[in-house]
Ligand binder design. Structure first.
Ligand code: GDP
Ligand code: IMO
Ligand code: MG
Length: 430
């Protein structure tokens, strides 16, 4: 029996997971998503084409590979249909190689409404949710009210749908939320519901599987499986910057519950980090830069959300957070993306520890959201060189190699590869 490899984000998301999964897919037989849903935006670029995936695994453009949406994932049928149509325009017929877990939960239109209602009710302490219905849908899953993909085939599906919808409408009323004024993509709730129900028919064209058997059978047949994470370590429901997190376990442990594989079946754990750091939405971010350097990272890195278009907050790479991520996830190798964004920088910094109330610490404190955290920075001379055209790790500028070696030294994990552009072809393996 072979083991399942894992690839996940070590920061606050958008590290380049989609791109790296796409690059690694040729070495695998199956790519499987294990958590999250349409809050994710994974960008792939190749042959002059750019594509953003939300629910569909990033192996989908390799048509000889299988892709699985696992039980831990949330599916919003209309967003799913739009994605299917989007890739069909690019010549990909996913009905042949995309499988969907019967146990994956559905995001209803009223889950999206409740996301908006909850955010509104939070006033100044908004999470900055992507408003795709993630929190409310996972809430219903845990509360044992959810509706799963397999349930859409049951004769009482519509009844269960209506029951849940009525509950949501009641909750919205309690929160004083204006349901009549609520819109999804310009549509009222009723209009959206029609489109949602139609989209369910698209979803039903796909093979619904008992994905835990599917994936374990693959492993028994020595097929190579790659689990693709969404969001990232610092957005994990248990270990992220709670409550400014998403509602799932984004960590390696999430692979076990989100796909139904045993902890002993986990193989390599590949962790991705940008050469700097970004965060979108609210919550603490100790290395955030509010100055010209932060603005340059945002502009040069095109740091605008792939799902919401919101500008991402930018700052230096955060080693205490990265070490924490390596510990919680058991990261066996690192992938570093986007050093090219800092090609023109005179100086590049790295946060090696925190100073909190005059005390130095390497740990992520429980009070992360409430205390003032000053990053202790180490600066490196910039490499001041274009990276485009470099095809070997060893040919990267020496100063960049020194910066990368410091990341390895600080985390105790070796770097497997560095990405130097959005394009599929620009990944240099060490
Ligand atoms: P994901 O959510 O982790 O898949 O990442 P996103 O797709 O949300 O954000 C990563 C962004 O950086 C995308 O626009 C990618 O095209 C881009 N990107 C990925 N790797 C690199 C890189 O090495 N250099 C540059 N400049 N851009 C990259
Ligand atoms: P990928 O997979 C970056 C953030 C949101 C918000 C918080 C909760 O592309 O890296 P949610 O909609 O889950 O209730 O939002 O989490 N967030 C992400 N940030 N990348 C993502 O996904 C994200 N998915 C959610 O901005 O702060
Ligand atoms: Mg993203």
């Amino acid at each position: 029996m072979t083991k399942i490899d894992v690839l996940l984000g070590l920061q606050w998301g958008d590290e380049g997971k989609g791109k790296i999964v796409d690059v690694l897919t040729p070495a695998y037989d199956v790519v499987a998503r294990f958590q999250g849903g349409p809050n994710a935006g994974h960008t792939l670029e190749f042959n002059g084409m750019k594509h953003v995936l939300h629910i569909i695994p990033s192996g989908i453009f390799h048509q000889d590979k299988l892709n699985l949406i696992g039980n831990g994932v949330l599916i919003e049928p209309r967003i799913f249909r739009q994605e299917i149509e989007g890739i069909a325009e690019k010549g990909v017929d996913a009905t042949k190689n995309l499988f969907v877990s019967k146990k994956a939960h559905l995001i209803l239109p009223t889950h999206r409404m409740m996301d908006a209602a909850n955010e509104q009710a939070k006033g100044n302490s908004k999470i900055g949710s992507t408003l795709k219905g993630i929190g409310p849908a996972y809430t219903d899953k845990i509360a044992r009210n959810g509706i799963r993909v397999g349930d859409t085939l049951a004769s009482d599906f519509r009844e269960r749908y209506e029951l849940l919808k009525v509950q949501h409408l009641r909750m919205a009323q309690t929160l004083g939320f204006d349901v009549a004024a609520f819109r999804i993509d310009g549509m009222t709730l009723d209009e959206y519901e029609n489109v949602w129900m139609e989209s369910l028919e698209t979803l039903k064209r796909f093979r619904f599987v008992n994905s835990e058997y599917f994936i374990n059978q693959c492993l028994r047949e020595d097929k190579k499986v790659l689990a693709e994470g969404a969001q990232a370590m610092m957005l994990d429901i248990d270990f992220g910057t709670y409550p400014f997190v998403t509602s799932s376990n984004t960590i390696t442990a999430g692979v076990c519950t989100g796909l139904g594989v045993a902890p002993t079946a986990i193989g390599k754990v590949m962790g991705i980090t940008k050469a700097y750091c970004t965060r979108v939405g609210a919550g603490p971010f100790p290395t955030e830069l509010f100055d010209e350097t932060g603005r340059r990272l945002c502009e040069l890195g095109h740091e605008y959300g792939a799902t919401t278009g919101r500008p991402r907050r930018c700052g230096w790479i955060d080693l205490p957070a990265l070490r924490y991520a390596c510990m919680i996830n058991g990261v066996t190798e690192l992938y570093v993306t986007k050093p090219d964004v800092m090609n023109d920088f005179d100086t590049v910094c790295m946060c090696t520890s925190y100073e909190i109330e005059g005390r130095r610490t390497d740990e992520i404190p429980f009070e992360y959201n409430t205390v003032q955290i000053d990053p202790v920075l180490t600066s490196f001379e910039g490499w001041k060189q274009e990276l485009q055209g470099i095809t070997e790790y060893g040919k990267l500028p020496e100063k960049l190699q020194r910066y990368l070696a410091a990341i390895e030294e600080q985390t105790g994990v070796r770097i497997a590869a560095v990405s130097i552009s959005p394009d599929r072809k620009d990944v240099l393996f060490k």
